[in-house]
Write a protein that binds this ligand. Structure first.
Ligand SMILES: Cc1cc2nc3c(=O)[nH]c(=O)nc-3n(C[C@H](O)[C@H](O)[C@H](O)COP(=O)(O)OP(=O)(O)OC[C@H]3O[C@@H](n4cnc5c(N)ncnc54)[C@H](O)[C@@H]3O)c2cc1C
Length: 378
């Protein structure tokens, strides 16, 4: 099997990996992104219906506290809009009874992206050479070589079907997933492997739905669309409409029951629609379209450790405090390695910037050393 040589390999084509590629591309560096899925975006996933994109992964960013996201969206020429929150909220008790409660605006204000969050990935990709992104390329092994590393692509139990030699690897995927699915040679230390496995992947155990309608019937009865439920199957619901005034209009949110109890999708869809009808009235049971994604079932997002629901947002940091290993050959990116805003889209950008900047600074240091040694030899 031929081995392709490249300066930098980015493992993972989610926001962190694609942003790292964008940053390297702007600096005229050579790189390849290896993405396991047939698409880029990772946890970002937007489904189109009548020109409107519903987010089944992240939909919100918070310009007041996430400056990198706000800046990147502006730089890419994209537009955001405020989450619709006008009107009363609903609360469903554990016995199923629905109460109307005072609505409130979230603080800091949540924003959605026109064109769905996927628009950000699409725009970033426009600035990256097309042949530098290889989808359907799951990395299964990384071996340290002197110098650099050999990265193999394929299924663990089979012979790899593609191989790359590289000086640097940017691991732009959740550290828990990397530790659980990629073989490293030599072995990573027990301490580092445990640290990687213990970093929970944010929202990996969640399932999200979007139901789209021609009319925003809930708004007409004074409801904002925001609801919380103690009885389920949905735990949290929001308005997920287009903001152009012409629809489609949507209700979107998260399934509140644990991953293990969500295995019969058809029955679950029926239960979700029936719950929406109980909260918002009969028209809610008949959306023009319905999208659903269970992230806990996605092998390139979740591991068995991610199945139990995460109760709190963890304090994220690089695994065992290490931003790189193997003398700077492997750099950690991915939102769950960011010390600030870890788990969020903002964290994905922060971690990518850190990986690319340390990588470039190191490359410059090595170049300077080589020049100095060259001068000394002369
Ligand atoms: C339902 C849901 C709602 C969310 N809501 C929000 C929100 O409103 N706001 C917010 O800020 N954040 C939210 N998040 C979190 C947000 O999605 C993440 O922070 C962000 O997308 C992480 O990007 P990433 O690139 O670090 O990781 P990922 O998006 O997970 O990307 C990792 C990539 O690596 C690939 N990969 C995995 N294994 C391999 C392998 N072996 N070889 C090659 N490639 C591999 C994956 O396919 C994926 O493309 C939400 C997440 C979910 C699931």
């Amino acid at each position: 099997m031929p081995t392709e040589t490249v300066e930098t390999l980015i493992v993972g084509g989610g926001l962190s990996g694609i942003y790292a590629a964008y940053l390297l591309s702007r600096r005229n560096k050579s790189f390849i992104v290896l993405e396991a899925r047939e698409r880029t975006g990772g946890r970002i996933l937007s489904h189109e219906h009548h020109g409107f994109f519903s987010d089944l992964g992240p939909s919100w960013y918070w310009p007041a506290i996430h400056p990198k996201m706000a800046h990147l969206i502006q730089t890419m020429g994209l537009k955001g809009y405020r989450q619709f929150e006008a009107g009363m909220g609903c609360f469903q008790r554990s016995n199923g009874v629905v109460q109307t409660v005072g609505g409130y605006a979230t603080e800091p204000r949540s924003w959605r992206l026109s064109g769905g969050m996927m628009a950000l990935i699409t725009r970033l990709r426009e600035a990256i050479p097309e042949n530098a992104i290889r989808c359907n390329h799951p990395v299964c092994r990384i071996e340290k070589k002197f110098p650099g590393a050999i990265v193999s692509v394929g299924e663990l139990e089979k012979e790899p079907w593609a191989r790359f030699r590289t000086s640097k690897v940017i691991l732009a995927l959740p550290p828990r997933l990397a530790a659980a699915t990629i073989l490293f040679t030599p072995n990573l230390s027990h301490h580092l492997t445990q640290a990687m496995l213990k970093i929970g992947t944010w929202m990996a155990g969640q399932a999200k739905f979007c139901a789209l309608y021609k009319e925003p019937f809930w708004r007409k009865t004074g409801l904002s669309g925001q609801a919380f439920s103690e009885c389920g199957p949905l735990g949290e619901i929001h308005d997920g409409s287009n903001n152009n005034g012409g629809g489609p209009y949507g209700l979107t949110g998260f399934v509140g029951i644990p991953a293990a109890q969500r295995n019969q999708q058809q029955r679950l869809t029926g239960a979700i629609l029936s719950q929406l009808a109980t909260i918002y009235g009969k028209p809610a049971a008949q959306p023009s379209t319905f999208f659903y994604r269970d992230w806990a079932q996605e092998r390139f997002t979740a591991t068995p450790f991610d199945q139990p629901p995460m109760v709190e947002h963890p304090y994220y940091h690089p695994p065992a405090g290490q931003t790189s290993i193997w003398d700077g050959t492997i750099h950690f990116a991915g939102s769950e390695t960011a010390t600030q805003h870890g788990g969020y889209l903002e964290g994905a950008l922060t971690a990518a910037e850190r990986a690319v900047m340390t990588h470039i600074v190191e490359a410059v240091k090595i170049e300077k050393d080589a020049l100095r040694i060259g001068d000394e030899i002369k």
